[in-house]
Design a protein around this ligand. Sequence first.
Ligand SMILES: C[S@@+](CC[C@H](N)C(=O)[O-])C[C@H]1O[C@@H](n2cnc3c(N)ncnc32)[C@H](O)[C@@H]1O
Length: 207
Amino acid sequence: MVVLSMAFNRKDSFYKQAKREGKRSRAIYKIEEIDQRFRVFKKGQKILELGAAPGGWMEYIAQRIGTSGAVLGLDLLTIADLKSPPCITMVADILADDTGARIDALVSPPFAGVVSDLAPNLTGIKATDQANSITMLESALELGLERLNQGGFFICKVFQGSELKPFQTRLKKLFAKTTLAKPKASRKTSTEIYLVATGYAGKTSPQ
Ligand SMILES: C[S@@+](CC[C@H](N)C(=O)[O-])C[C@H]1O[C@@H](n2cnc3c(N)ncnc32)[C@H](O)[C@@H]1O
């Protein structure tokens, strides 16, 4: 049927690969591709992940940073059964006032990198969804910059739309290099894209 052939294919090749390889989400292949291109993760690093459930990225990052590092993943949802060290998880809302202090109590900053795969719950109302997405991005950036090491990296999911350009312009002032990446595992039908910013200038730069 035409309708079916045009329908959203949830069980695409990356979904099947994740099932076959026993990964917790297909999202792991996105961060793997980004890392293979930008070589951001290294042994012993401290990494903060925002919007980390069910933990696919954390599994990948843990294997790259090793047990001498730490990856702190926070989400509204519980993330279960990850090996510690290096994984530490926290149930939190990035929009809550006490989240920064709770992060610092678990893993003392600075972090070598902050990654965000945060996705707001969609309402279907374009203006509302876009506003929620901007609020979330701003909070992720604020939480991240306060805890990022000079020279560190910030990787975040952004939805293509009017917010992308101003946000990228802002990152360009704060980081030595900013690149847009659309990993193969990111569905072509999705407007999501990743901003990869490396070489944080440090807290004295204009924010
Ligand atoms: C695409 S998923 C992350 C997938 C993850 N990177 C992985 O590899 O398994 C996006 C996550 O953002 C989380 N999220 C949405 N709003 C949030 C908020 N205000 N605070 C914390 N997490 C939030 C959702 O609960 C969801 O688990």
